[in-house]
Design a protein around this ligand. Sequence first.
Ligand SMILES: Nc1ncnc2c1ncn2[C@@H]1O[C@H](COP(=O)(O)OP(=O)(O)OP(=O)(O)O)[C@@H](O)[C@H]1O
Ligand SMILES: [Mg+2]
Length: 489
Amino acid sequence: MKNISKTYPGVKALENVSLELKTGEVHCLVGENGAGKSTLMKVLSGAISKDSGQILIDDIEVQINSPYDSQKLGIGMIYQDFRLVPELSAAENIVLGNEPVLNRFSFINKSKANQIAANALVQLGETIDLDNPVKKLSVAQRQMVEIAKAISKKIKILVMDEPTASLTKTETEKLFAVIKKLKNDGVGIIYISHRLEEIFLIADRITILRDGKLINTCPAAEADRNKLIKWMVGRELENEYPRIESKPGREVLRVQNLNSDRLKKINFSLSTGEVLGLAGLVGAGRSDLANIIFGADKKSSGKIFLEGEEVNFKDPRDAIDNGIALLTEDRNLYGLIMQMSIRENISISNLISLLKGPFIQYKQENKVANEYLDKLKIKAPSIETKVESLSGGNRQKVVLARWLFTNAKVIIFDEPTVGIDVGVKFEIYNLINRLVEEGIGVIVISSDMPELIGISHRIIVMSNGEISGELTGDKIQQENIMELAVSNL
Ligand SMILES: Nc1ncnc2c1ncn2[C@@H]1O[C@H](COP(=O)(O)OP(=O)(O)OP(=O)(O)O)[C@@H](O)[C@H]1O
Ligand SMILES: [Mg+2]
């Protein structure tokens, strides 16, 4: 790609950006939220048109005006936002747009489709019920279907835009094995991720974008974490995890002898003034626990107390009204209204506090939205910008802002920094600290171990539906967490 430029109303998304990809190379593309990574890849896949610049494949200039053009040229693309059709089965999604599977009446040849889909999934080492509609699959499974879809065709170039954002460690390893195989077959891979550890595991070369401009392209061996952060953010970050002292105050939440079909005898309490981390392997029951507290799932026995009073939420709405917020890892579920503005998406969660009699106080609404735009560094021309035109990470920040504006007493963050760049991660940790200092109970679920250790004052480890231990002070260490996490398997 040579000197690619792209301007959106009010935003120069790309300015003369060039990117070169070799066969059998993993080329990582990094940069802050809104730097232009997805835009550059959408130009390559024909999802959007460029204003200027050239695309050459094997030294020959090509015209890519639609996703169909790029497919014909052997370019596979895994988009950051899911593009699956929820109502169709996994198999149907995998072969969608793959003509050989369609007969002349355009009906999908089901057995052939299933065969292609099964082949792709075998490569990934996944077993997914092929007949199930995709909407019934977990987020991670849906991501695996996306990946299977991309590798089920004959490809020369594969673009992955944050493929691991919703994958677990094991699934990520499976994906890396596939990347290795594709690499050996000579496929060139462009890989976008905010997980810097991953980059150093797989990258041959790295390209850094900032504010739509090319900052640098270098061999991975010549970069390190600090250099990369400096190039991305434009300044050095002294400390990735801002810490505050723990000052446990009064109890805000207590869970007593809680059981469900997946959980056994859960007992813990949460105080103001502390960040409580929830650790455990995937499937240990952390999200199940969060969902029960949030009224999204049912417990079979046990009690939950909020500020000393027993509560029994019938649904999430009830929980929200009573001061519990859950930032789910599934961004789509309690997600955004794409055609509405940032302002509307933030204020919708808490319109009541904006009312004076029957009227919305627009001044107040603007003030709140502008505050969050500023605090979370949401990259947009104004609070009136529609959410659909934001970059992936910036959409995630709007979800965050919405929850922060609910006047919650307890906030549960389930993977709060997935898809968010290092600079803003730091801001989010600061924000979590500020919430704690304001007397809000905070629980953080995270698979990012350094993050969990970096920000928690106390860590409860779950293993196979039970709490297998609690760590505080200098006992909070990766080895101790891992030991407890597997203790019940
Ligand atoms: N359809 C659109 N309309 C208007 N502006 C857009 C549109 N799509 C992207 N932008 C803007 O272009 C810029 C680059 O966005 P892009 O999605 O390429 O960022 P990114 O590097 O992929 O970020 P992230 O890490 O958050 O996914 C951002 O400022 C974004 O708001
Ligand atoms: Mg993006």
